[in-house]
Design a protein around this ligand. Structure first.
Ligand SMILES: O=P(O)(O)OC[C@H]1O[C@H](OP(=O)(O)OP(=O)(O)O)[C@H](O)[C@@H]1O
Ligand SMILES: Nc1ncnc2[nH]cnc12
Length: 179
């Protein structure tokens, strides 16, 4: 059964653009204003589900923290498991990690070594693709844990930063900003 969009809603109207956050020169795309609107968030989630469904995932992986917001409702909707890629010091048990650069700094992600079963089809979710460092690190970690990473999906893509070029899996995005 395929999802029928009830209205041609322009989701970009719900993304707040904040200049110079978190530091000078960065234009921050704030999804708070999208997710606080029930109708807009429901439509965004449904459209995202439609784009993720074609990867036929067994499991969705969400990236802390805004990636949890996109991945968790989709996992429920698609009947998939959900696993978390987390910032340092948050996950118990044995983890693997990867440090990476961001548009506005550096960070590190961790994944539990037993987070996925070998060969499971995993789609990694985030709210936004900028330089691609975060998603590239996530794909790397999921593969080290034995996953078959079949795709990556985001709400927002900042195309000028060419993050997509860092990824060797197909990427879907709902809203593309050219600059
Ligand atoms: O493509 P990149 O240049 O790697 O940037 C994208 C990442 O940056 C933001 O996360 P942030 O680390 O700010 O964490 P948050 O989700 O906890 O706010 C965003 O949610 C993505 O995860
Ligand atoms: N410009 C931006 N807006 C919101 N989240 C981001 N993550 C990385 N770059 C970002």
């Amino acid at each position: 059964m395929s999802y029928q969009d009830p209205a041609p809603l322009d989701l970009k109207r719900y993304i707040r653009e904040v200049p110079d956050f978190p530091k000078a020169g960065i234009l921050f795309y704030d999804i708070s204003t999208l997710i606080r609107n029930a109708d807009a968030w429901q439509i965004a989630t449904a459209r995202l589900a439609e784009s993720v469904l074609k990867f036929q995932p067994d499991m969705l992986a969400g990236i802390e923290s805004r990636g949890f917001l996109t991945a968790a409702p989709l996992a429920m909707r698609l009947g998939c498991g959900f696993t978390m890629l987390r910032k340092p010091g948050k996950l118990p048990g044995e983890t693997i990690s990867h440090a990476y650069g961001l548009e506005y700094g550096h960070d590190e992600l961790h994944l539990q070594v037993d987070a996925v079963r070998p060969g499971q089809r995993v789609v990694v979710l985030d709210d936004l693709l900028a330089t691609g460092g975060t998603l590239a690190a996530s794909v790397d970690l999921l593969r080290k844990a034995g996953a078959h990473v079949v795709g990556a999906s985001v709400l927002i893509e900042l195309a000028a930063l060419k993050g997509r070029e860092k990824l060797d899996v197909p990427v879907t995005s709902l809203l593309t900003y050219e600059d």
